[in-house]
Design a protein around this ligand. Sequence first.
Ligand code: SF4
Length: 371
Amino acid sequence: MSEIKYDWTKEEIKAIYDKPFMELIYEAATVHRENHNPNEVQVSSLISIKTGGCSEDCGYCPQAARYHTDIDKNDLMSLEEVTQMAENAKAGGASRVCLGAAWRNVKNDTDFDNVLEMVKGVNSMNMEVCCTLGMLSQDQARRLKEAGIYAYNHNLDSSEEFYKEIISTRGYDDRLRTIEHAQNEGIHVCSGGIIGMGESDDDRVGMLYTLSRLNPHPSSVPINGLVPVPGTPLEEQKPVSIWEMVRMIATARIVMPRAQVRLSAGRTYMTQEGQAMCFMAGANSIFAGDKLLTTPNPEYNEDMELFDLLNITPKKAYVDGAQPQTKESYKEVRETEQAKWSRPEHKIEANELKKAEAKEVRKVTRVDSLN
Ligand code: SF4
């Protein structure tokens, strides 16, 4: 297993990023094999539970209210719609469902209460539930955890320096604070960014630098290729080449060996050979479904055809972490335990156990005092 480092320098990451291409993918593929099954890819499904009308100004995003794009806006979906979509995603091979709402931040209102019900619902279907809802307070992170959330997505988007060119309505520190709130609750963090927004290679390295210094590392790192959407400030950007994508994935794989590196937006520009090269370089997760929030994505069938071609199998849920228990299930376990230990035969056992423990403590105290 490769060493996990949390003190990468920008120079070290840049030296990896700049390696000759063949050497880079060989090294990344080696790290990948040491830490993951190379024939397994996680399939995530992204459901846009509330689309458009966002007050932020992220320059790449068609959901920002201030840009004139032709997306279909919708208010928060119903629990029934979401569970039906999650069931379809599960039938299509997805082990994780990401619920995305175009919000600046979560508010303590009925919409959030409804999202908590969605989290509980999808968790009870034995799928990993991820949410991307904007900024979170510590208390909101706790409530999501109690509802059974598995992961929280909050992308850094780019380097701290370039970030200001793309978004002005909230800062890099705000992003890091939300990530910290999720981590404090023991929620897996999903955080990555977008390439092709006009950033330099140093900015790409800068983003990986910040992510790789989080302890623990994000458990998922989505690498998106910008899909330029007419009406957004980045509509004129040229899509990134496959070579840039592979270089970014390989570097992410080497600096964060255990993370799921997710090949995210921009897959419609890639050939099957290009995607296979990304898997070779360490990508082991994709977003499936014909739409990624509002931008086009390959259909499930195309993905499954590619998996068959490459003998890849979809990764099962909870391979890297236990299924979160909802607060209700904690309560159930506690009540069952209490009921068990209050039965007469267990009361005797419990007393015997307490006596034995007391004896042990006395023994240890004596040994300590002899030393
Ligand atoms: S990326 Fe998220 S926060 Fe930014 S404008 Fe789009 S929906 Fe709003």
